[in-house]
Design a protein around this ligand. Structure first.
Ligand code: 5GP
Ligand code: MN
Length: 357
């Protein structure tokens, strides 16, 4: 970047950063502190990249990371793709999934670190320690609760998936897009929209999906089967146990179930096995808030929350417990026993539902 561009960029960024913070406190605005053109310039001018995603990754994080990595590789860049857990068994069908690894034990220098789909930097987990130095940190995400960490920030809460933002970056800047990239982006968008069902799914989402299917000659049936009809049997065994603990509160407007460490060990489930099971609770008529409590080995409980009503903001509820996410899907890790955390969280939900009614 030449000196003039650098200076202009710094001014622009600081202005937008202020706007970003104000907008964020007001809630619900589109928050873009950097432009795709600026990101493109940084991508062009540097060689060594680390593309990072959050702990307990989902299809959006993994697909977005692989898509951007493959596009940069096509440009001849040197790209590392890291997350704390590496690739998950259920996403191992993703094109070039072998690129995604756990971070190395010895920290490395890179020119640019790019965090994708990661609401707060600490959700990068062990990946954070693997970057010894990076000249520039880029933060691309769609979580409303993202505070805008990093040197360059694109946070667009109107996007139903980070994959949609990556598509727009690739498309607007003429970056490489081939079959493998298209399939990774399609998976990112399909999984984070609940198969094109959640409210942020827009005409633009379908247009992007259509373009990905066309450009990549994607076999949608095959991808869907790999995503939604290839579960290990133990996932259903887990669901059976969770349903035994299902309870309803507040006139049936809240539904929850819980997983103890013992049940998880008895069934030999992997953390990834429970992704999406909470949807069974959300799908019940009359339920506004669904909660999944999962006992963790570190003395905390993972709380996963869903809402069916924009007026019941589960991101705000989870933020009270140190978590975050989106208005209709959020989470937190809360210290305490399962019973304590269930009590505290349900009490908070009671307050929100009572204020609403
Ligand atoms: P899930 O319930 O599927 O784990 O997560 C739902 C949403 O909430 C995701 O977008 C995720 O990024 C966010 N989320 C889940 N757990 C946490 C957490 O502990 N902290 C923050 N900040 N966000 C979380
Ligand atoms: Mn996402």
């Amino acid at each position: 970047m030449n000196a003039v561009a650098t200076a202009l960029w710094a001014v622009y960024r600081s202005e937008s950063f202020r706007f970003f913070r104000t907008a964020h406190q007001g809630g619900g605005y589109k928050m873009t502190a950097s432009t795709f053109d600026e990101i493109r310039q940084v991508l062009r001018e540097h060689q060594r990249f680390a593309i990072l995603g959050h702990v307990r990754p989902d299809g959006d994080a993994l697909g977005s990371q692989l898509a951007l990595a493959l596009s940069l590789q096509q440009l001849g860049k040197d790209v590392r793709v890291w997350n704390e857990d590496g690739i998950l068994e259920k996403y191992s069908f993703l094109p070039r999934s072998e690129l995604l690894t756990k971070p190395p034990a010895t920290a490395e220098d890179v020119d640019v670190a790019i965090a994708l789909d990661t609401a707060i930097q600490s959700r990068l987990g062990t990946v954070l320690a693997a970057i010894r130095s990076a000249k520039i940190w880029i933060n691309i995400d769609h979580h409303l609760s993202n505070p805008g960490y990093g040197d360059m920030v694109i946070v667009d809460p109107s996007a139903p998936a980070t994959g949609e933002i990556i598509f727009r970056l690739i498309k607007s800047q003429g970056l490489p897009l081939n079959h493998d990239i298209a399939e990774n982006l399609y998976v990112a968008i399909s999984t984070d929209t609940g198969s094109f069902q959640y409210p942020k799914t827009s005409a633009r989402t379908f247009e992007i999906a259509a373009e990905l299917v066309r450009v990549g000659s994607l076999d949608v049936g095959k991808i869907s089967q790999q995503l939604y009809e290839s579960h290990p049997r133990r996932r259903l065994e887990l669901l059976r146990e969770l349903l035994r603990t299902m309870r309803f509160e507040f006139g049936g407007r809240a539904a929850s179930f819980s997983l103890t460490l013992k049940t998880a060990a008895d069934l030999a489930v992997l953390p990834e096995d429970n992704e999406g099971l909470i949807d069974h609770l959300r799908a019940i008529r009359g339920v506004v808030v669904a909660v999944f409590f999962e006992e963790l080995a570190d003395g905390k409980v993972r709380v996963s929350m869903r809402s069916k009503d924009e007026a019941v903001d589960v991101c705000a509820i989870c933020q009270k417990f140190g978590g975050g996410g989106h208005t209709l899907a959020a989470g937190a890790r809360v210290r305490g026993s399962l019973a304590e955390v269930e009590g505290k969280v349900l009490e908070e939900i009671r307050g929100v539902l009572e204020r609403k009614s």
